[in-house]
Design a protein around this ligand. Structure first.
Ligand code: COA
Length: 380
């Protein structure tokens, strides 16, 4: 019997704070006209104090679970695609697992730049199709504002913060993620990178003074790579699914630059209505851009059951990826208030459970201190 990996839930979170091009033009030597003409961006969202990649991921995941009508306990796997995790470790996916109370789920982060969400979707779909898992949560989330040099007009006008999530579930009916293609070319790693903070150049006074903890990009070369890769990956994934461009209902590309998207559309000879873009409001949110766009396209009625959707991304690595999805789930009616209340209660219980587990760990450490001895005694 063949198994398929269906998209059964989707959710997004974008911070409240809006930063417009006009505000940016008071911070660096730029203008709304330059930014909009060269990129298509008008504004982006930025996190407030206390918001992080994990906190945004949790909000997006909760929405996706609500649309899927699933309890977090049903999740077998959580993947968070991000270049801006809360910490190098623990994985942001583990913070999400704990906050949701997804007690049965394995959890890990995935680093594939702006292609991260498509990579995560592909991995999760293959695990479901292979029968390893039933239900997976795939999140793309970024807090790029915290690694942006707000004095560099070449990069600070491009990026924004946000999170998007989808839930995949194994099923016997045909549909869901029909095919995916992933690629990488590490020879272009220097075109888009965060120079310091890893094992090669750990954080130091010098790395901070030299501004090495900010995004560094060779924009023109990334642009050239993107316009070549997006149409090629789109064609390849459709061919792999045994379909063609005439079967395509909606292309949901990575939202990096309007000129890149328009070039891909021209090269694929698609009508403008066959492409979704929300770049104007959010800028480039890296791994979050495709799942946020998927959510908004579904909410706008641009994706309906039976539609063939292709998502295609490119980014740091260099990496690229595309997925062909046969949408099978209608947008459900909003939950009644009492059921939404019960759902919120579930997350309060998850928080309580997490605290109890920490307390139990401390108590066990206290009770077993004589058995294990302490560090000082051991080293004598
Ligand atoms: N405002 C005003 N002028 C700016 C500017 C800004 N924000 N940023 C750059 N400029 C200036 C440059 O200094 C340069 O001036 P000069 O001709 O006097 O030297 C001029 O504009 C052209 O710069 P250039 O970098 O060649 O512009 P561009 O047309 O390539 O556009 C990008 C720059 C970044 C918008 C474009 O290259 C791009 O989008 N690249 C892809 C980036 C991307 O998608 N990255 C994420 C991948 S996931």
């Amino acid at each position: 019997m063949t198994t398929f990996a269906h998209v059964v839930g989707w959710g997004k979170y974008v911070p409240q704070r809006v930063l417009t091009n006009d505000e940016l033009s008071r911070m660096v030597d730029t203008s709304d006209e330059w930014i909009h003409t060269r990129t298509g961006i008008r504004e982006r969202r930025l996190v407030e104090d206390g918001e992080t990649t994990a906190s945004m991921s949790i909000q997006a995941a909760r929405q996706a679970l609500e649309i899927a009508r699933l309890s977090p306990a049903r999740l077998d796997l959580i993947i968070v695609a991000t270049a801006t995790p809360d910490h190098a470790f623990p994985a942001t996916a583990c913070l999400v697992q704990d906050a949701l109370g997804a007690t049965r789920a394995a959890a890990f982060d995935l680093a594939a730049g702006c292609s991260g969400f498509v990579y995560g979707l592909s991995i999760a779909a293959h695990l479901l199709i292979a029968g390893a898992y039933q239900t997976a949560l795939v999140i793309g989330a970024e807090t790029l504002s915290r690694i942006t040099d707000w004095t560099d007009r070449g990069t600070c006008v491009l990026f924004g913060d946000g999170a998007g999530a989808v839930i995949l579930q194994a099923g016997e009916n045909e549909g869901g993620v029909l095919a995916s293609v992933l690629g990488a070319d590490g020879s272009g790693g220097d075109l888009l990178r965060l120079p310091a903070g890893g094992s090669k150049t750990p954080a130091s006074h010098r790395s901070v003074a030299e501004g090495q903890h900010f995004i560094e990009m060779k924009g023109r070369e990334v642009f050239r790579f993107a316009v070549r890769t997006m149409p090629a990956a789109t064609r390849e994934v459709l061919a792999k699914a045994g379909l063609s461009l005439t079967d395509l209902d909606l292309l949901v590309p990575h939202q990096a630059n309007r000129r890149i998207i328009e070039s891909a559309v021209r090269s694929l000879d698609l009508p403008p209505e066959a492409v979704y873009s929300n770049l104007e409001q959010y800028g480039n949110t890296s791994a979050a851009s495709i799942p946020i766009a998927l959510c908004e396209a579904a909410a706008d009625g641009r994706i309906e059951p039976g539609d063939l959707v292709v998502t295609v991304g490119f980014g740091a690595g260099l990496t690229w990826g595309a997925a062909a999805i046969r949408w099978t789930r209608p947008l459900p009616k909003p939950l009644p208030r009492w059921r939404r209340f019960l759902r919120r209660l579930r997350y309060v219980v998850a928080r309580l459970r997490s605290r109890l587990r920490r307390l139990r760990r401390r108590l066990v450490a206290f009770w077993t201190r004589d058995v294990l001895g302490n560090g000082r005694e051991k080293s004598k």
